[in-house]
Design a protein around this ligand. Structure first.
Ligand SMILES: Nc1ncnc2c1ncn2[C@@H]1O[C@H](COP(=O)(O)OP(=O)(O)OP(=O)(O)O)[C@@H](O)[C@H]1O
Length: 604
């Protein structure tokens, strides 16, 4: 327990290291507003002492007037006027501070969200597939909006510290011992708060995976995408039970800490209250004894009370700030994750026309979170202008091979060459620009139809001619013709006025993306799986025009598609089993021939 405590204090203090970096980010969001905010707060911190002092002067002057020791009321009314002015100015400053806090907070959140998206885009695909990474990203994402509170807390903390210094100056002038009593009185409550904040942080952090599961359950339980299957399989009971179980466990873990915190908190702050009344009694006896005036009595009691509140506030806020700074750690840690798949510093320009093609040299690949080889010792050449079909059973490694080609992953062993040079030597952006891939699980963006097509070459977003041409080639124009708003029609059901498409219609839209860029290698992963026979035939006819002179890789389970390729690579358990033209493989009478005949029979 003692060790635990020590560590928790150290951790909280260490977390404060994140604050300068945090404030640099806020400063970058708006230097002007940050400065104005700090200035206003500095001015505001002098107000409490001034108000107390003016109050003391008013009371003392009134007493002099009552006692008949003075008849001049000018000073009294000046002081009353000053108090009024202070009240107005103080209110204005408060409003200014609140406004600046919220504007600055919004700017900071927006800016950090943009940086988060940009950073996530640079990271490797495999990083996204690791739960640990996902948790970190999730925590970081929450920080972008959650941390604006931290900014006000830190600024208020500084403001309060200055206020306390002002008040302390006033108190010291009368009785320095009062300050000592104060500090001793607030320390226990500070220690308690620090301890429980650390507990809450540890709990929240250790529950990240469960909280992610809760989010997911909430999503599947109440989403348009899932509604169909949830209804058909009658899943709602299953989902609610699971959600209720998990959220209940979290609630109980949280409740335990919350209750202990409340109990300890009230006990410890009672010590503070006790000290306040002790000091109060002491000041009253001094006033009764005539050592201090009644004005000074109200001034001292007021200063003491305010200082106690501020000090208590500062100490409690300290642990909340430290807690916030610990969460900030997650955001910064996320920003520190570096991608491993990057362009070499002196990367080669990508060949404008590939001469020798792509060569796989003893390539093996294991997914980082997996024990088994998805690709094993694969060697083959994809010649320039060649159409290669990848065939194999589910899980044979076809999609993986394509991901390696596009450098979404790096081979675990062996290498991939373009024109005799390792893929890694080329600029990553140029490589990706020269490869067009339509994945099997392409994204159905809930955007306009035109934008959905322009995804293939986002630079051409404004080029409506190019978009229409691409749509024509992939038959997406037939889909667009049926849409009320044509290319401006929002697709999907997420947004009002969105129109959802059938699987095949979506596929035509996605295929148009391939026509948007002038890639040297086109890869289509199951491009026609959802198309009807006539559309498939037409798509392929147009496709062969598009890939005239270019290399293409087509993954398909349909042999009618596969046989159109120049060569067919048959993969089994990540290994090359057969490679040759349709005729050659049929003549070989191996696995390809067997599957081909099987499918042909099915169609009879
Ligand atoms: N992200 C991943 N992490 C871990 N293993 C993966 C991942 N993606 C695929 N695998 C595994 O790698 C192997 C090859 O998968 P791949 O998707 O390349 O197969 P495929 O031939 O394209 O299959 P299909 O015909 O079903 O699309 C499979 O055993 C699969 O389970």
């Amino acid at each position: 327990m003692a060790d635990d405590k020590k560590r928790s204090f150290r951790e909280q203090f260490e977390a404060l290291r994140n604050l300068p970096r945090f404030f640099r980010l806020i400063w970058k969001a708006s230097p002007g507003m940050t400065l104005a905010n700090a200035l206003l707060r500095l001015l505001k911190s002098a107000v409490p002492l001034l108000v107390l002092y003016v109050g003391k002067e008013i009371i003392d002057t009134i007493l002099l007037l009552i006692d008949g020791e003075s008849t001049d009321t000018t000073y009294l009314w000046t002081m009353v006027g000053l108090e009024f002015a202070l009240a107005i100015v103080s209110d204005l400053m408060n409003r200014g501070i609140t406004l600046l806090d919220s504007l600055l907070g919004d700017l900071f959140a927006n800016r950090t969200s943009v940086e988060l998206i940009e950073h996530a885009a640079r990271l490797d695909l495999y990083q996204f597939e690791q739960a640990e990474f996902y948790d970190k990203m999730e925590r970081a994402r929450r920080q972008t909006t959650g941390r604006t509170v931290l900014m006000s807390q830190v600024l208020t903390q500084m403001q309060d510290i200055v206020t306390v210094l002002f008040l302390a100056g006033g108190l010291i002038a009368f009785n320095a011992w009062l300050i000592l009593i104060l500090i001793v009185a607030v320390i226990p409550s500070f220690l308690g708060e620090t301890h429980f904040n650390q507990r809450t942080y540890s709990l929240t952090r250790s529950w990240t995976p469960e909280r992610r599961e809760l989010d997911y359950l909430r999503y599947i339980g109440a989403s348009d995408q899932m509604a169909k299957e949830v209804k058909i399989f009658n899943l709602s009971g299953f989902i609610t039970r699971r959600f209720a179980d998990l959220s209940d466990r979290y609630y109980h873990a949280n409740r335990k800490i919350a209750i202990r915190r409340a109990a300890w908190g009230s006990g410890l702050s009672a010590i503070g209250t006790l000290s306040y009344y002790g000091a109060y009694v002491f000041i009253i006896t001094q006033a009764v004894g005539g050592i201090i005036t009644v004005g000074t009595l109200t001034f001292l009691a007021g200063s003491f009370e305010r200082m106690r509140n501020r000090l208590q506030g500062i100490m409690n806020r300290f642990s909340r700030i430290a807690e916030g700074a610990m969460y900030l750690q997650d955001l910064f840690e996320f920003f520190e994750i570096e991608p491993t798949i990057t362009s070499a510093p002196d990367s080669l320009p990508f060949p404008t026309a590939i001469q020798q093609g792509f060569v796989f040299e003893h390539v093996s690949f294991k997914y980082p979170n997996s024990e088994h080889w998805a690709i094993r010792n694969l060697s083959f050449q994809l010649r320039p202008g060649e159409k290669l079909a990848l065939v194999g059973e589910n899980g044979a490694g076809k999609t993986t091979l394509v991901k390696l080609l596009a450098r979404l992953y790096e081979p675990t062993e062996g290498r991939i060459l373009i024109d005799g040079v390792d893929l890694r030597a080329y600029s990553l952006t140029e490589l990706r620009n020269n490869i067009g891939i339509i994945f099997q699980d392409y994204i159905r963006f809930q955007l306009k139809a035109g934008e959905n097509i322009a995804i293939g070459n986002i630079g051409a977003l404004e080029d409506s001619l190019a978009i229409e041409e691409a749509a024509q080639k992939s038959l997406a124009d037939t889909v667009v013709d049926t849409l009320p708003e044509r290319y401006d029609q929002i697709l999907g059901k997420r947004f009002a006025k969105g129109v959802d498409l059938s699987g095949g219609q979506w596929q035509k839209i996605a295929l148009a993306r391939a026509y948007m860029r002038d890639a040297q290698l086109l890869i289509l992963d199951e491009p026609t799986a959802a198309l009807d026979a006539r559309a498939e035939h037409e798509v392929f006819q147009r496709f062969s025009e598009l890939i005239e002179g270019k290399a293409a890789v087509i993954i398909s389970h349909r042999f009618s598609t596969v046989r159109m390729a120049d060569r067919i690579l048959f993969l089994e358990h990540g290994q090359l089993l057969e490679l040759g033209s349709h005729e050659e493989l049929i003549a070989k009478d191996g696995k390809y021939a067997e599957l081909f005949h099987l499918q042909a029979q099915g169609y009879d």
